[in-house]
Write a protein that binds this ligand. Structure first.
Ligand SMILES: [Zn+2]
Length: 376
C-alpha cells in the first residue's frame, strides 16, 4: 500500500526533482537560493507543514518546517538546498532521464533527497499515516560552505531531538546509510621572513617560502591512513618575485579525523610547531569546523532498526562511512544519534556524471515513512 502509493507518485516526484534542478542554487547566490526557498516553502506547506522562513543577510534564507508540536522528543530532519554548481550549469547540463537514472546538477547532492522527503510527507498525508513524534525539518542554504549561519539553529533543534535523519545522498550503488563521518577542520599557516635581494644580499634574507616548505612536509607527515587522519596543504601562496627572498608565505590546510580524541591530539601537535629557519616567524590558526560523527552504540542501534524496516520493504540496507562531513556531524557531537545518507541512491556527487536511480526513489521514501511511523 505504502510502496504502491509512492510508486504511483514517482512521476510527480521526478517532475518536482526537475523543477528543483532548474531552480539552481549555488551556496554563493542568495538571490537564487531565496527563490528556491520560496518554492520549497510552498511545497512544504502543501504537505501539511507549518513553515517558517528565517532570513539571512549574508546567505540564502533558511526554512524550518514542522509537523505536530515540536519540542523535546521530536525528530529532526536535515536537508540542504544549496549545491556546488554555478548558475548556468543546468543550461549546459539540463535535467534528463536516461538509463534508469535522473541526471543533472545537484540531483544526488541533495535535491533527490529533498524530493524524496516531500514524496514521503505527501504519502503520509494522503494515507493518513502518523509520525510517532513531532517532526522538525531544517533546510539550510550554506551546507556546502560549512553551515556558518544555520549551525546554531541545527544544534538548537538537535538538542531537542531524540534522533536525527539526514537526507544526504546514500553511499554507492548499494545506497549505504552513513553511520560515521570524519570530522573536518582547517589550519591557516602563515610565515613571515625577511626580504632581501636574491643576488646581492642573499644571506641577509629569511625565506618565508623555504620555511613554509618545511612546515608543509611536517604537516603532511602527520597523515596516518591507518588511524584515518589526513592533512592536505591544498593551497599555498608566498613571495613576490623570483629575485626577492620571500617575506611572506601561507598555506591553507584541510584535515580529517575520525574521533574527537584524535582531533584534539592533532590540533595540539600542529599548534606546537615551531620554525625551522632562524629568524622566521610562524603563526597557525584554525581548528575543527565539523566534529567527527562517531559510530556510537546509539547510532548502530538506529541503523539496525532501519535495516529491519528496509527488510520488510524488501531490500537490504547496508551501512558505511565517509571522510566527508555533513550537518549530521554537528548533531551527532551533541550526543543525539544520527542516521545519515537517507537521501537518494545514485552516484557522482559534485561530479559531472551526477545521477539518481529513479526506481530507488519510492523505496527510500517508503523507508523514511516507516522510520517516522515506528521509531524508536
Ligand atoms: Zn550534501
Amino acid at each position: 500500500m505504502l510502496l504502491e502509493n509512492l510508486r504511483s507518485r514517482n512521476e510527480d516526484t521526478l517532475r518536482l526533482l526537475r523543477r528543483l534542478v532548474e531552480l539552481e542554487s549555488p551556496s554563493t547566490s542568495k538571490e537564487a537560493l531565496d527563490r528556491l526557498a520560496g518554492f520549497l516553502g510552498e511545497c512544504l506547506t502543501g504537505v501539511g507543514a507549518r513553515v517558517e522562513r528565517i532570513p539571512s543577510r549574508t546567505h540564502g534564507d533558511l526554512l524550518r518546517a514542522t509537523w505536530g508540536s515540536p519540542g523535546p522528543g521530536q525528530v529532526l530532519v536535515l536537508c540542504h538546498m544549496d549545491t556546488v554548481w554555478p548558475v548556468g550549469e543546468a543550461c549546459r547540463r539540463p535535467f534528463r532521464l536516461a538509463d534508469g537514472y535522473a541526471w543533472g546538477p545537484g540531483v544526488y547532492d541533495m535535491k533527490g533527497g529533498i524530493a524524496q522527503f516531500l514524496a514521503a510527507m505527501a504519502t503520509m498525508r494522503e494515507l493518513g499515516l502518523v509520525s510517532a513524534r513531532p517532526v522538525v525539518a531544517v533546510l539550510n542554504s550554506e551546507e556546502e560552505v560549512g553551515s556558518p549561519v544555520s549551525r546554531e539553529l541545527i544544534e538548537e533543534e538537535g538538542r531537542q531531538s531524540d534522533y536525527c535523519l539526514v537526507l544526504e545522498p546514500a553511499g554507492g550503488p548499494a545506497g549505504q546509510i552513513k553511520t560515521f563521518r570524519k570530522g573536518v577542520g582547517d589550519f591557516r599557516v602563515r610565515v613571515t621572513g625577511r626580504p632581501a635581494h636574491a643576488g646581492a644580499d642573499h644571506a641577509r634574507g629569511v625565506s618565508a617560502t623555504e620555511e613554509l616548505a618545511h612546515q608543509i612536509l611536517r604537516l603532511h607527515a602527520m597523515t596516518d591512513y591507518e588511524a584515518g587522519v589526513t592533512l592536505n596543504a591544498g593551497v599555498i601562496r608566498g613571495g613576490s618575485r623570483s629575485n626577492v627572498i620571500a617575506a611572506d608565505a601561507e598555506a591553507e590546510v584541510d584535515f580529517r579525523v575520525p574521533t574527537m580524541d584524535l582531533a584534539q591530539a592533532l590540533i595540539r601537535r600542529v599548534r606546537s610547531l615551531t620554525p625551522v629557519t632562524p629568524g622566521a616567524e610562524l603563526t597557525i590558526e584554525g581548528g575543527l569546523n565539523r566534529p567527527p560523527m562517531e559510530r556510537t552504540p546509539a547510532i548502530v542501534a538506529l541503523f539496525q532498526k532501519a535495516r529491519a524496516l528496509a527488510c520488510e520493504l524488501g531490500f537490504d540496507l547496508e551501512e558505511g562511512g565517509t571522510g566527508g562531513a555533513s550537518d549530521g556531524n554537528f548533531v551527532a557531537a551533541l550526543g543525539t544519534p544520527v542516521l545519515d545518507g537517507l537521501g537518494a541512491v545514485g552516484a557522482g556527487g559534485h561530479a559531472l556524471d551526477e545521477r539518481v536511480a529513479v526506481d530507488q526513489l519510492p523505496l527510500r521514501a517508503a523507508l523514511l515513512v516507516r522510520i517516522l511511523q515506528v521509531f524508536p
